[in-house]
Write a protein that binds this ligand. Structure first.
Ligand SMILES: Nc1nc(=O)c2c([nH]1)NC[C@@H]1CN(c3ccc(C(=O)N[C@@H](CCC(=O)O)C(=O)O)cc3)CN21
Ligand SMILES: O=c1ccn([C@H]2C[C@H](O)[C@@H](COP(=O)(O)O)O2)c(=O)[nH]1
Length: 283
């Protein structure tokens, strides 16, 4: 939590205004931030200086794991986060690849579970990583990537947290996640939860101990219409002690995550938080 608040304060104090063409808004921006979550110690990075809808964040990551490409599927799992990007962005609405209402196109997990090979066919990156880790193999390239520049024109948004690199030291699993672009008031609130969750659940389904997750952010920004709420409301609040994330121990495989798992399999205990803040969302 301190790491999050320090980053927010750094943007307020040192950020540079940058015009963003896609959204037509200005963003107060810094370059490079490194956040660390010790999953072995249960350091769940949930924001306490406003109510965080952590279930939405976990639902989004499960949707990526399942390879979803449709906002209706994300909604059925428990998150509305893809509604606006799939249905409210004019450039995407005009895109001939859009298959209809709620279609997100070729994004995130849809790419990673079906990564096209230049010589034909595709690779299921996640399946391969899970199979390797289960056998105790780390080939120094256990990289779950959502980033395919040759397919950007076929999706509603380029992936922001685009790479998750897993490593084994003995039977302890580590994760390095990289994010190219970060909406600190809204997106990061979810992305921190997702990095922690991804390491915890991958350790659980591969039979390894969870170690540390390292979260690298390149462009960290606050949109102009979010700044006042961040500077004058959220940053004036005192954080509470962090809560704990409890995951159903019956989740034992990638197939479990793909089939029967719901948000009822996750619980957050001892979550004390300040009241919700509604930050504007830029499509
Ligand atoms: N501008 C922008 N920022 C983002 O963070 C973002 C995107 N676009 N596009 C793709 C996804 C969608 N994400 C989202 C979308 C909506 C919320 C949001 O509205 N959060 C509210 C309410 C959440 C809820 O009720 O479940 C929040 O207060 O956190 C957060 C992240 C993260 N990503
Ligand atoms: O997981 C996510 C997804 C998206 N974001 C934010 C970061 C940016 O504000 C926008 C994406 O815009 P680009 O023009 O494609 O950079 O969404 C996030 O923080 N986390």
């Amino acid at each position: 939590m301190k790491q999050y608040l320090d980053l927010c304060q750094r943007i307020v104090d040192e950020g540079v205004w940058v015009n963003n063409e896609r959204t037509g808004k200005r963003c107060l921006t810094v370059i490079n931030a490194d956040l660390t979550y010790d999953v072995s110690k249960g350091e769940f990075p949930l924001v306490t200086t406003r109510k965080s809808f952590w279930k939405s964040a976990i639902a989004e990551m499960i949707g990526y794991i399942r390879g979803y490409d449709n906002a209706a599927d994300f909604r059925a799992l428990g998150t509305k986060t893809w509604d606006m990007n799939s249905n409210d962005n004019q450039a995407w609405l005009n895109n001939p690849y859009r298959k209809g209402d709620d279609d997100c196109g070729f994004i995130y997990g849809a790419v990673a579970r079906n990564f096209p090979k230049p010589d034909g066919g595709s690779v299921d990156l996640l399946r391969n990583i899970v199979d390797d880790l289960k056998r105790g193999v780390d080939n120094r390239g256990e990289i779950l990537t959502f980033y395919h520049p040759g397919a950007f024109h076929m999706g509603c948004l380029r992936p922001c947290m685009y790479s998750h690199h897993f490593s084994l030291l003995g039977d302890t699993l580590y994760l390095n996640s990289t994010q190219r672009s970060c909406d600190v008031p809204l997106g990061l609130n979810f992305n921190m939860v997702q990095v922690y969750f991804l390491l915890a659940i991958m350790a659980q389904i591969t039979g390894k101990k969870a170690g540390v997750a390292y979260h690298k952010i390149v462009n960290a920004h606050i949109y102009e219409d979010q700044l006042e709420l961040m500077r004058d409301v959220q940053l004036k609040r005192e954080p509470f002690e962090p809560p704990k994330l409890i995951i159903n121990p019956d989740i034992k495989s990638l197939e479990d995550l793909e089939t029967w798992v719901t948000l009822d399999d996750f619980e957050v205990v001892d979550y004390q938080y300040h009241e919700a803040i509604k930050y504007p969302f830029s499509v």
